[in-house]
Every structure is written in structure tokens, then in C-alpha cells.
Design a protein around this ligand. Structure first.
Ligand code: PGA
Length: 264
């Protein structure tokens, strides 16, 4: 069952997430973490940097990025490798030898995915996978579709994901509404861990803020398990928590007294 933890603000989501990561690392200094990118976890990373300055030690921790675009150099603003360097690795002391990422510029993305799964297996799987959720219900870059891939795999991004992750540029703003036009401006393919590595994690922690996520969160919590909403698969995990602000939790501006009381 998924546990929904209601928090009052996006900032609280970041602080609580950092607290949970810190507790995990303190309890298990050799912890293996799966790391998300995107807007939502920025506050978490900022707080982890602060906690590191106060002594939180990441030197024994192993990390895996969840996903990465294909064909994006590290100096590209869309690079998730760059994002993790900027927001996390330069702020804490994870050993470079224990930082795992997809090589965006690899010659053979399918082989890269197999290499990645071997590295995850060798590390013993994830102790804690920190996840975001797409407004279409994607987890990492496992997009809605006809089937799930348990293994890491390449993924054509959903139009909705391209639209949102490109900084909400409209197709017109990107210069063309053709697929080829989009592809020249924004990567349309990615490598992602599969649902197998996610579901094998000892604990799952999802972060969700903003109204755009409320539909996917409600469906994930209350709907049936379906490949049409990859996040719904988390229902079968026995240690999965979602930290949500009121907008993502679907509470209106005037949350009822009962809802107010249920805030953590
Ligand atoms: P976001 O991305 O945090 O930028 O909304 C989350 C996701 O797509 O998984």
C-alpha cells in the first residue's frame, strides 16, 4: 500500500525528503540510493548539501541516476548528469567511483542499459529509490504504454514529457511542430531504469508538488494497476511513501478541517 504524507508546502516536501535520505544514510552508511532529477527534488538536494555541511557523510554511499536523455552532452542545459553535478555531487562527498550514471553519448544505448543493470545488481539493488512522478504518471522515464519493461531500457519520451521537460516551451516556440523540429531542440529519447529495479528497492520515496501532479497521484493511489499509469505499479510495493504538497495531494485552497488535521 502506498502511504500518502501530506505536507503544507513544496519546501516542506524537500525538507522531509532530505530528512528521510539523511536517516537512511546515518542508519546505513553504505546505502545505495537512486536519484531523481527535475524541478521537484531541488529543495531536497539543497537541504542535503546543508546537512552535509553539518556533518552528514556520504563517503560510503553509492548512487544511481534514474534516467538520462540520449545524445545530450554534459554541458547541455537538459543534461541530467549536469543537473546531479550541480545540485548534489558538488555539494556532498559521494565518492566519484560510487556515482553511477547513464552515458548519454554512448555509441550503443541498449548495451549501456544492460551495463547499467549489471552495475545495479552488483551494488545489491537500491536501498532507497527517490522518485518523481510525471503528470502522465511516468516513473523515471517509464512512460505510459502497452507494457512495462522490468530492465533498464531506451524509451521514446511521451509528447507530454517533452512539452513539460523542455521548460514548457510550446511547439511553436520551439520553432516547429514537427517531430523532427522537436528533436533538434530537445532530446526525444532517453535511457531509464526499468520498473524492476524500482520495485526491487527496499524503500520507495516519491516527491510530488503542484496541481499538475494531482491527477496522476489520485489515480496512482486509488486506481487499478495499469501500464497506462506506470506509477500505479508502486501499489504492489510494501514500503512506498509519497510526500505531497496540498496541490499535488488534490486538496483545494480551502482544505477541509479534516484535511488540515491530516497534514504531517
Ligand atoms: P519534475 O519531474 O520534478 O520536473 O516535475 C518529475 C518527473 O517527470 O518525474
Amino acid at each position: 500500500m502506498i502511504k500518502l504524507v501530506r505536507l503544507r508546502t513544496p519546501a516542506e516536501v524537500g525538507l522531509r525528503a532530505a530528512q528521510i535520505v539523511a536517516e537512511t544514510v546515518e542508519r546505513r552508511p553504505q546505502a545505495v540510493l537512486a536519484l531523481p532529477t527535475g524541478n521537484t527534488p531541488r529543495g531536497m538536494y539543497k537541504e542535503l548539501g546543508r546537512l552535509h555541511d553539518q556533518g552528514l557523510d556520504f563517503s560510503g554511499v553509492t548512487t544511481f541516476m534514474l534516467d538520462e536523455y540520449i545524445g545530450v552532452a554534459k554541458d547541455n542545459r537538459y543534461s541530467f548528469t549536469r543537473y546531479l553535478d550541480e545540485h548534489f555531487y558538488t555539494k556532498v562527498n559521494v565518492s566519484p567511483a560510487r556515482r553511477h550514471g547513464f552515458d548519454s553519448l554512448c555509441a550503443d544505448p541498449e548495451a549501456e542499459c544492460r551495463r547499467y543493470d549489471r552495475a545495479i545488481a552488483e551494488a545489491g539493488g537500491f536501498d532507497l529509490a527517490i522518485l518523481g512522478i510525471g503528470s502522465n504518471g511516468h516513473v523515471a522515464f517509464n512512460e505510459p504504454g502497452e507494457f512495462f519493461s522490468l530492465a533498464s531500457h531506451t524509451q521514446r519520451l511521451a509528447d507530454d514529457t517533452i512539452y513539460r521537460n523542455s521548460g514548457r516551451l510550446t511547439r511553436e516556440e520551439q520553432g516547429s511542430d514537427s517531430e523532427a523540429g522537436l528533436a533538434t531542440e530537445f532530446p526525444t529519447n532517453a535511457m531509464t531504469v526499468g520498473m524492476g529495479a524500482v520495485l526491487n528497492a527496499r524503500s520507495l520515496l516519491m516527491l510530488a508538488t503542484g496541481e499538475a501532479k494531482s491527477g496522476a497521484i489520485a489515480e496512482m493511489m486509488n486506481g487499478r494497476v495499469t501500464t497506462r499509469l506506470p506509477a500505479s505499479l508502486l501499489q504492489i510495493h510494501d514500503d512506498c511513501s509519497v510526500l505531497a504538497d496540498p496541490a499535488a495531494a488534490g486538496d483545494s485552497g480551502n482544505a477541509s478541517a479534516e484535511k488540515q488535521d491530516s497534514y504531517d
